[in-house]
Design a protein around this ligand. Structure first.
Ligand code: ZN
Length: 507
């Protein structure tokens, strides 16, 4: 009996403990339901219906060339690289607000051709489901980068085209795969001392003949002598604008920066370098105390007429790569100052993205210019060629080519993105700084970032006013599209920004 009594007592005790647990669980469950209800009620409160919960992911894929020699494009003659001084990367940031998913990628390159980018986007789209018109891919515009679009010729160059496509697609795929709850903020801070307008009015009698045998009103990269220089022909944009992304525990996840500086350069012959863009990305984790998964990237702004040459002051001599490191350090410091200005990273930011395809007519030489070009090309005697203006035969060939082009023009992709109160514009040209300043000025958003070399590279984009002044970037051959192209593109982008902002330009 005792035994059974003990037994039954034991049963009762167990039942009592189970009963208490059930009660406590019920209380907990009730509390949770209550809390969830409160949270839901807040979500559905007036003005909060459209709140999104942002997710973000970032990735960097090493695309450093391993096969050499490689010709570094961008100059008037071959410039062979035998090795890479520092690594090259494809870096990507993917954002998702539950409705829109978009990707922003930066690639260390002089300027990847649109058809190569299209292949990378297609591949990334198949693997992630992100639409190709929700992808912005821009080149940093390092002038010591490998070729990007060789389909025949030397094997290393052809092989690298594939590395580039796979690396870019992989960066977007990895960033998409790393999506996690996140918040974003945007800000800008000036770094005026590393940007200089490179087009100058010169003192009377100092302007040399251009390749067409005519006198321009301004000269690109003139001699740095007070006896020659008069005044710069345009402004600069000193701002470094940043998009900062944090994870759910407020740890830095990614930083996407933008500065209107063409590049730094002074890279020794025979070496590839990602220029200050690469060094900035390397330094930034230290500035923000980012962990192993943190990815920083620096995109090119509107820098078609901006470089790092201090025309009116003498800079002490630098060892190779020293100036690149100096600019990268100052840019990283400036990005850090911008980061400190962000009052709060937010998860409730709506995303939006628009893409338009815009047709631009090719520039054509007039009959007189074409006849002059043919005459220059007919000069064969070496002494007579030496008497021609610098690069005369080179530009004469380009003039004839422009006259003989079959197509009327080309179609370029323009993009505008919205990340909460920040807007981003993508323009596929080496865009003059005035254009970026105008867009920032007319944008209805509190912050606007304007990215050049986005989704392709079609040469320089001067304003009509700068076309009238002449100079290297406006010469037929360097410049390919109609002289009012910038007006057309700015009109489109302004419309797109207002559309994203939900108001018409007239308001
Ligand atoms: Zn350039």
């Amino acid at each position: 009996m005792n035994c059974s009594c003990k037994y039954s007592l034991g049963i009762r005790r167990t039942q009592m403990v189970v009963g208490q647990r059930k009660f406590l669980l019920a209380v907990w469950f009730g509390l949770l339901v209550l809390l969830a209800g409160v949270a839901r009620a807040q979500d559905l409160a007036p003005g909060r219906e459209s709140e999104s919960r942002l997710r973000a992911g970032a990735a960097a894929v090493d695309i450093t060339p391993t096969e050499f020699p490689l010709n570094m494009p961008g100059g008037f003659r071959a410039n062979m690289a035998e090795r890479a001084h520092d690594p090259f990367f494809a870096r990507a940031l993917v954002l998702d607000d539950g409705v829109t998913t978009l990707a922003m990628a930066v690639v260390d390159s002089l300027g990847v051709a649109p058809e190569v980018l299209e292949e990378a986007k297609q591949s990334a789209s198949q693997q992630t489901g992100i639409a190709t018109d929700r992808m912005l891919i821009c080149s940093t515009h390092t002038h010591s980068g490998p070729p990007s679009n060789a389909t025949d010729g030397p094997a290393p160059a052809v092989a690298y085209r594939k590395v580039l496509i796979q690396g870019l697609a992989e960066a977007i795929v990895q960033a998409h795969g790393a999506l996690q709850p996140a918040s974003v903020g945007a800000a800008s801070h000036p770094l005026p001392d590393e940007v200089f307008n490179r087009r100058w009015y010169l003192k009377p009698g100092k302007m040399p003949l251009n390749p067409f045998g005519k006198l321009d009103q301004v000269k690109m990269n003139p001699p740095r002598s007070p006896g020659v220089l008069d005044r710069p022909a345009g402004p600069t944009d000193p701002d470094i604008t940043i998009i900062s992304v944090q994870d759910a525990r407020r740890r830095p996840l990614a930083l996407f920066a933008n500065y209107s500086l063409h590049y730094v350069g002074a890279v020794p012959r025979g070496q590839l370098s990602a220029d200050y863009f690469g060094e900035f990305a390397r330094l930034m984790p230290t500035r923000l105390r980012g962990g192993g998964n943190f990815v920083a990237m620096m995109s090119n702004g509107t820098s078609g007429d901006i470089n790092n040459i201090p025309f009116t002051v003498t800079r002490p001599p630098r060892e190779p790569f020293e100036q690149i490191r100096i600019v990268a350090r100052k840019a990283a410091d400036t990005a850090w100052f911008a980061h400190r200005k962000i009052e709060a990273h937010r998860a409730d930011v709506p995303l939006g993205m628009l893409q338009r395809e815009v047709f631009l007519k090719y520039r054509r030489p007039d009959a007189e210019d074409l006849a002059a070009a043919r005459k220059v090309l007919a000069v064969e005697d070496a002494d007579a060629v030496a008497q021609l203006p610098r690069l005369a035969q080179n530009y004469a060939r380009q003039t004839v080519r422009a006259a003989e082009r079959q197509e009327d023009g080309l179609t370029v992709k323009l993009q505008a993105l919205r990340i909460g109160d920040l807007a981003v514009c993508g323009i596929p040209f080496e865009t003059f700084v005035q254009i970026g300043l105008e867009l920032k000025d007319s944008s209805p958003f509190s912050q606007t970032m304007v990215i050049g070399l986005a989704n392709g590279r079609y040469g320089y984009l001067p304003t009509p006013e700068q076309h009238r002044l002449g100079g290297y970037e406006t010469w037929l051959g360097t410049n390919r599209v109609q002289e009012d192209a910038s007006v057309i593109l700015v009109d489109h982008l302004t419309e797109m920004l207002h559309e994203l902002h939900g108001q018409s330009p007239a308001e």
